[in-house]
Every structure is written in structure tokens, then in C-alpha cells.
Design a protein around this ligand. Sequence first.
Ligand code: ACO
Length: 333
Amino acid sequence: MTIRTKITGTGMYVPDRVVTNKDLEELMDTSDEWIRQRSGIVERRYVSEGQLPADLAEAACRQALEAAELDADQIDCIVLATLSSQADFPGTSFFLQERFGGTLPCFDLRAQCTGFLYSLMVARSLVASGQYQRVMVVGCEVHSTGLDFSTEGRDVTVLFGDGAGAVIVEANTDEDDRSDILEVRLHAEGKYAKKLWVEAPGTGLPGRITQEMMDRGAHFPSMQGKFVFKHAVTRMPQVLRETLDAASVKIDDVALFLFHQANLRINEYVANHLEIPAEKLRNNIQRYGNCSAASIPILLAEAEREGILKRGDLVSMTGFGSGFSWGSAVVRW
Ligand code: ACO
């Protein structure tokens, strides 16, 4: 890679509607205590009626553009990571692109909770190759409209929230500016695709979904939680180390670690295993739950706004999710 890449702006948006664990107690057999103990989550945000994924993505993107001091017409491409597309087709990115006008190319990228890191790899490659000058990457999820709010779905439903986070990736041609997306490493293991998935609708099914499937809730996410947990705590440290090694960076040199927000216990386990001090790990799952592809860019945007992220710092980001998919990135901010 000859052209260095820099994240010049971040943005985030979560809907106003706060849904607490206590609110979920009204809908299903669960408890605030169970949810806090197992996942660390206290509350999450849900869209209001009529609020669309493109609304969330647009708000996050406009913030990122403002932070980067750019207009939308200066962007060359939009990459939108999501598992909860606004329509079956086209992808959410097209409904977002409409908000900015023009003929800017855009596409959706589907790698679930690792979607932002996959998208960052794509954006970095597009910019570093000289193909584009500026790529807008946005992770956006509306989970709340597709969850099972009966007791049957409680293991998955309590974990998820809605939100969007965005970054602008630009070419860095300033010799004196060391900012760079230094390394991104990605992996997948499709043999475990059905350990965390939504079975229907699917093009392999007659009529894409049957009444029988609706009746047994095949259109809701299903997860083998313990299985996912075990793989997450194994794969995340592996890929984090692989990425830092590839960039010749030591764990001690990293100023800030941002992990996907699936479960606070997963993140604490990984941090302990790698001897990462608590003050270098930032979580927001307590407030937002698991926002899949949006979790890491929301963390980034919050860290930047709170002055935790400083130019020149090394930031490590790591995620694991459905697919299975996992990955890590290290950035000199
Ligand atoms: N409220 C109350 N009780 C519940 C709930 C709930 N919301 N959900 C499950 N339980 C019950 C179960 O029925 C079970 O009861 P039983 O013992 O009587 O059978 C008991 O609690 C324990 O359930 P487990 O599933 O064994 O609980 P566990 O300690 O494994 O925690 C959890 C579950 C939090 C889901 C955990 O497995 C986990 O975090 N898994 C990983 C999630 C993840 O990383 N997902 C990937 C990202 S998502 C993406 O990519 C889309």
C-alpha cells in the first residue's frame, strides 16, 4: 500500500426511545438482574414508528461529514455495513444515498457484527489503491423491528439495540501526518453460519417463507449463546494479536481498545486474557446493547467527542459475530 489512509471524521446516532431492562420485564419472562449479570446491558435504544435505517445512517453520516469538514459531494463512495437491511433489495445504502442526491456509488456489505471492520478494510483498499479519495463507511442497524418479544425469544432479544455510526476514510498525503489505518485482518468460518442466524425469509425456501415457519418464529434471530460466547473469547484475542503483530505494534503501545459490544463479559474476558488495563478498554453496551455493525463506529465517535481519542494515538478495534466472522484493525489516529 503506497497511499496512507486517515479517518478524518466520525459520527453517530441512536434513536431517542430508551428501552430499559425493566421495560422488557413487562413483555417477557426476564429480569433486570439476569440481563445485567449476563451481558452488562442496562438499556438500549429502539426506533420510533416510521423511523427508518436510512434516517439513523443519515444522521451519523452528516455528523461525520461535519467533523471532516466535507460536503457530501466530496465523497466518492458509500459503504454501508448492516444485517438489518431496510428492504430485501436494494440495500439500505441506496435509501441513504438518495438523501445526498447525485450519482455517488454505494453498496451494502453484509458481515454482521464484524461488518464495520470488513467495510473499513474495503474503504482502506479503495483509498490506498488510488481508486477513490474519500469513502464514507457507515454501520447501521435497526434490530428492534425484527425481534421476538415473547419469552421464547428472550435470550436474543434482550441483547440488541438500534443505532448507526459513521467514519470518513481519506487519503493522507501529508508527509508530516502519521495518521494511518495501519492494518486490518479479517476471518470467517461459514460452517457455523446456523449457530447465529435468521432462517427465513430465504431464497432457498418455497415462497421464501411458509406459514409453518412464521408460526415457529423462523423469521426471528436464533443463537446458540454459549457456543457463540466460546468462539468469541477465543477468536477475538487471536485476531487482535495477529493484527498488532502485522503492524509491529505491542499491546502496551495501544492507547485505546474498542471491542464489539455483544456482551460485557466477553470483553472483560478478552481484556483480562490479554492483560489490557481496564482504563484502556471502552464499552457502551450498558447504554446501547448490541448494535451489530454500528457498535464499533459508535464507540469511536463517542471516544473522539469525549476527547479520549487523540491524534497520534494507536487505536485497536476487534469484533466477532454471526457468520461466524471476526476481525481486527489497528489505526494510528
Ligand atoms: N432472561 C432470563 N433468563 C434467560 C434469558 C433472559 N433474557 N435468556 C435466557 N435465559 C435463561 C435460559 O433459558 C437458561 O435457563 P435454564 O438454565 O433454565 O435452561 C438460563 O437463562 C441460562 O441461559 P444460557 O443461554 O446458558 O445463559 P448464558 O450464561 O450463556 O448467557 C448469553 C447467555 C448472554 C446470550 C451469552 O451466551 C452470550 O453472550 N453469548 C454470545 C452473544 C454474542 O456474542 N453474539 C454475537 C454477536 S451478535 C451478531 O453477530 C449478530
